[in-house]
Ligand binder design. Structure first.
Ligand SMILES: [Zn+2]
Length: 323
C-alpha cells in the first residue's frame, strides 16, 4: 500500500517559477498570500494542561477491531504489489461550504461508471469529510478522484499554488478495502496537519529542519518528532542509503536493521512518512504499553492534549460512519 505525499523538488521549482512569472505580470500576488495566511486559523489549536480520557479512544478501537479486523492490516505490501498502472485523474472538485463542486472531468469511457455515479463520488469525499472534523481540515481546498488500478496508491495529498491550500486525492477503485482507505486517509491527514503553512517559519537560515518543503518552526510537531527520533544517528545512516525514498527493497533493508524503531517498512522512506505512519497508528491502535522506539513514536502524539482530543473525535466519527 503506497501512501505518499506528492510534493517534491520538481513541483517546488515549477511553483517557484510560476510565482516569479506571476509576480512579474501581477504584482499583488505576494500580498494575496500574506492576507490569506493572516486571516486563516491553524488547523489544530494547541491546548495546554487538559486531561484527555485516552481510554475512550482505546475502547472504540477495540470495538471496531472486533467488527472489521485489524484496522492497520495491510492487504498488499509494496513489495508484492503488481507494478502500478499509470495514474489517471478522473474528477476534480473545489470544496465550498463543505460540499464538492466539480471543476474538471475526464471523458474516458473506462471510468464511465464512476463519472456518472454522483452518489459514489459524494460518498468517497464523505469518507474523509465525516472522519476529520471540519475545523481541522480547512486546508483541503480541492478533492480529486483518480485511479491507478486496485491497491497500489490509495491516496495522496498535494500542496497547491497557495501554501495553505491542498488537494486530497483518493483512488475510487480501492473503496472495497475500507480498512485500508480509512488508514490511508489518516496517514494523509498526518501530512496535512504537519506540513501546512502554519508549521513553517520564514527564517532565511534554517536552524531547525527542512523536510523538503521549507523550514519548520521551533514548535512544529514534525520538528519535535524529528528531534526526538531522527536527528544525528538515524539521519546519518538513512542519508547513506541511495533511493530509500522510492525503493521498497532499500526500505526493507533499513527496516530489518532498525526493526523495532518503525511502525511499518514504508515509515523508513522519509521522516515525514515516519510521522504520517506513526500518526495513523496513534489513531487506529490502542495506546502502547511497551516502550520500543516504534511505540515511543506512537506515544509521541499523546503528549499533545489537542491531538489526544482529536483522536477521540476522529474515532467517535469512525464508529458512527463505519458501523
Ligand atoms: Zn505519505
Amino acid at each position: 500500500m503506497n501512501r505518499h505525499i506528492k510534493f517534491g523538488l520538481p513541483l517546488l521549482l515549477s511553483l517557484m517559477l510560476i510565482v516569479i512569472i506571476f509576480s512579474l505580470i501581477n504584482h499583488p500576488t505576494q500580498k494575496a498570500i500574506q492576507t490569506l495566511q493572516d486571516t486563516a486559523t491553524p488547523p489544530i489549536k494547541k491546548i495546554h494542561q487538559r486531561q484527555v480520557d485516552t481510554k475512550l479512544g482505546d475502547k472504540i478501537v477495540k470495538k471496531l477491531e472486533k467488527k472489521h479486523g485489524d484496522l492497520l492490516y495491510e492487504e498488499i505490501d509494496s513489495l508484492t504489489a503488481p507494478f502500478s498502472q499509470k495514474e489517471v485523474d478522473i474528477l476534480t472538485y473545489e470544496i465550498k461550504d463543505e460540499q464538492i463542486h466539480m471543476i474538471k472531468s475526464s471523458k474516458k469511457r473506462a471510468h464511465q461508471n464512476i463519472i456518472e455515479n454522483k452518489q459514489k463520488q459524494h460518498e468517497l469525499w464523505k469518507r474523509f469529510a465525516n472522519l476529520i472534523p471540519s475545523e481541522n481540515r480547512k486546508m483541503v481546498a480541492y478533492f480529486k478522484i483518480f485511479t491507478d488500478g486496485e491497491d497500489n496508491t490509495l491516496g495522496y495529498v498535494q500542496q497547491m499554488d497557495y501554501p495553505d491550500k491542498w488537494t486530497l486525492a483518493l483512488d475510487y477503485r480501492d473503496v472495497k478495502n475500507l480498512n485500508g482507505l480509512y488508514a490511508t486517509i489518516l496517514h494523509e491527514y498526518g501530512h496535512l496537519f504537519s506540513l501546512n503553512s502554519f508549521e513553517y517559519s520564514h527564517d532565511n537560515v534554517c536552524k531547525t529542519y527542512d523536510p523538503g518543503e521549507g523550514c519548520l518552526k521551533q514548535d512544529a510537531y514534525l520538528y519535535h518528532f524529528y528531534q526526538q527520533f531522527w536527528q544525528y544517528d538515524v539521519m546519518q545512516h538513512w542519508k547513506q542509503l541511495k533511493n530509500i525514498e522510492t525503493d521498497p527493497t532499500v526500505q526493507t533493508h533499513f527496516y530489518t536493521l532498525h526493526a523495532d524503531e518503525f511502525v511499518t517498512e514504508y515509515a523508513t522512506s522519509h521522516p515525514t512518512e515516519d510521522f504520517a505512519e506513526s500518526f495513523m497508528y496513534f489513531i487506529l491502535s490502542t495506546k502502547p504499553s511497551s516502550h520500543t522506539r516504534a511505540d515511543e513514536k506512537v506515544l509521541f502524539f499523546y503528549q499533545y492534549p489537542e491531538l489526544a482530543q482529536l483522536r477521540n473525535e476522529i474515532l467517535m466519527n469512525l464508529e458512527k460512519y463505519y458501523p
